[in-house]
Design a protein around this ligand. Sequence first.
Ligand SMILES: Nc1nc2c(ncn2[C@@H]2O[C@H](COP(=O)(O)OP(=O)(O)OP(=O)(O)O)[C@@H](O)[C@H]2O)c(=O)[nH]1
Ligand SMILES: [Mg+2]
Ligand SMILES: [Zn+2]
Length: 385
Amino acid sequence: MLSRGERENALEVPQTESQAFVGIVLAVQANYYWVRLDASCSTPSPEPSSSEQAYSELKEVTLLCTRRTRLKKMGQQVAVGDRVQVEEIDWTDSRAAISQVLPRQTELDRPPIANVDQILLVFALEEPTIDPFQLSRFLVKAESTDIPVLLCLNKGDLVTAEARQQWRDRLQLWGYDPVIVSLHASMGLDLLYSHLSDRMTVVCGPSGVGKSSLTNYLIPDTTQRVNTVSGKLSRGRHTTRHVELFQLPLGGLIADTPGFNQPDLNCAPVDLAQYFPEARQRLDADSCQFSNCLHRDEPNCVVRGDWERYEYYLTFLEEAIVYQTAIDRSGDAESTTKAKNRGEGLVQTEPMLDRKKYRRPSRRTTKQDLRELYRDVNESATDND
Ligand SMILES: Nc1nc2c(ncn2[C@@H]2O[C@H](COP(=O)(O)OP(=O)(O)OP(=O)(O)O)[C@@H](O)[C@H]2O)c(=O)[nH]1
Ligand SMILES: [Mg+2]
Ligand SMILES: [Zn+2]
């Protein structure tokens, strides 16, 4: 690690840096990675000094990086959100090479993004009218990733205060505490913002609910986008098809995603109840007679009962059973992998983990097929070599 003096020198006198620094991948295209250096890896020693300036400059440093051949040979992919070590920094041209990918805390296949701390699920109360069944489908899908979900209902200006309260009450019975906002009426935005600071959030939800409008509002300073990096690849980098992380002014990162309307429920039937907070609560308090209970007609089931979304549970269960049967029929893991390689969508080759019993404490690597979500960004933000 450089001393402060050396680092200031490095900023002032362009040179190639062989020391390793750590940063986060903000965007990926083809085999290039935009990496923002960590403030922590460049924090000056606590001497009184005039290094504030150098520090704040360094804090904002974004480098255009390639991946070391060794990583390619290992088949080590680099995704948006990855924390990486970079070497061979050329401060003049803001270029470097990624030499190592640090262990991932979370991992989503689609969108291809690592280390997300929460999913911000956005729905609109009107335009399009909120549909409880579709909302439940998204919630279940999000819950199945094992990443915390924050529910946001936008366009609060289009309904009455009474309607907003009704939705709030209803969703609380489902186990959610929604943030109700309106971009147009400046409603609830500070509260929303407070949930986003200091973490990495991926925004998803149906088309037209205001995801991009909200994201753009939250990151008003467009200079914070990675396109401040000058480079040969600037053309065509910022189509909405790319997953890209943006810095929030008060800390935290956010990635907008294209809307989709019908996520698949390709989970194991026996796990489905865990993705309904109401059912989870029942299972936490008591147990069904059979450990593999699907909560339909089994005797002494604690999940079956009088809760609003039980009917949805049954409908989704049928779908999950169809999915499971198709997987079973498709045979061994090899054929699953082949199907995956052919892009046929059987992405989940690992068994679904029971989030309650088997959750790994430090390294959640639940890979989810959110392919409906990112059908059209498939090729864009992954590493294709
Ligand atoms: N009435 C009202 N309209 C809003 C609000 N926020 C956004 N909109 C409008 O909703 C429309 C869709 O907004 P977008 O931000 O493009 O929606 P999106 O979720 O990103 O849509 P996709 O990119 O297709 O997934 C736009 O016309 C916005 O102006 C709001 O608070 N109230
Ligand atoms: Mg959008
Ligand atoms: Zn049961």
